[in-house]
Design a protein around this ligand. Structure first.
Ligand code: SF4
Length: 133
């Protein structure tokens, strides 16, 4: 049995800054999102990433893909996103980890662009290190 879990979707925000009329989350019968915390806490993030680390160890997989999802994941703020990606890279230091964010794009500002740009540079450096090793 293949035990690899190569993609992890983190619902880091249960709210959205928009209210699209067709949205299946906020305009259908299931309104349980109202009872959920608006944003994932640092503690839950840390525990989740540790669980991912344990699974990667168990399954002996060398890589994992983590997607930030919501609601609108940009509600956590660019600094938190940056800090959480760094924390995940550190915790998953024996695993090649890549990140994505599924966003409606309306909250992307220069701070987010700076964070994405630095993350992209760091990823390039990682590839460079891999290529040399
Ligand atoms: S942007 Fe997405 S999550 Fe937000 S209200 Fe629209 S469809 Fe729903």
């Amino acid at each position: 049995m293949d035990t690899c879990v190569t993609q992890v979707i983190l619902k880091v925000a249960s709210r959205c800054n928009l209210s699209c009329s067709y949205c299946y989350v906020y305009h259908k019968a299931d309104s349980t999102w109202k009872q959920q915390p608006a944003l994932m806490s640092d503690q839950i993030f840390a525990v989740t990433i540790e669980r991912v680390r344990q699974h990667c160890l168990f399954s002996r997989q060398r890589s994992v893909f983590i997607a930030f999802h919501g609601g609108e994941p940009c509600l956590i703020g660019a600094r938190k996103f940056d800090a959480w990606c760094s924390e995940a890279r550190q915790t998953l230091s024996n695993t090649a980890v890549s990140f994505a964010i599924q966003t409606n794009g309306t909250l992307i500002d220069w701070e987010w662009i700076r964070v994405f740009s630095e993350a992209s540079r760091e990823r390039g450096n990682q590839h460079g290190r891999t290529a040399r090793s």
